[in-house]
Design a protein around this ligand. Sequence first.
Ligand code: FES
Length: 170
Amino acid sequence: MTSKTQPVDPLYNPKLRPIIDKVIEDNINLEGGLMVVLNNLQSKIGFLSAPMQEYVAERLNIPVSKVHGVVSFYSFFTTVPRGKHVIKFCIGTACYVGGINQMIDKAKQILKVEPGQTTSDGLITLEICRCVGACSQAPVVVFDEVNQGHMKPAKFGKLVENILKDEANA
Ligand code: FES
């Protein structure tokens, strides 16, 4: 069996720990500070690991279940690092009825990962999201924060292949 080096959790990374501590200390006395702390940590560190969530709970003196609850409720938060590119599938009613599942199936076929996962090369993360406010263009897929409406499986496949081609040539 080969042993893979596990990346050090940000909480134990000497470069990242001061950033985590500063975010917490800046907001420790703020009412509703939990959301601000989590938002800042997601932006600055890129994800919220389990040890980070436990540490935030301890420092803010709140139950860790409350932190887990907030992190799992909002799709903006992730517990593992996202890939270089993020593809989100809107599963709001209009997009669901409009056939978003066909795009999800196509993505799974091309990339061999499920929504919520990242390709093994760290290039693309697939995510599910709620209505992005572009229902008249359903079904909508969000490529790196840009809405692409009236999506069809063939068009979707081309967009994904373009990302892969660009990255191979980068
Ligand atoms: S349901 Fe997808 S944009 Fe509104």
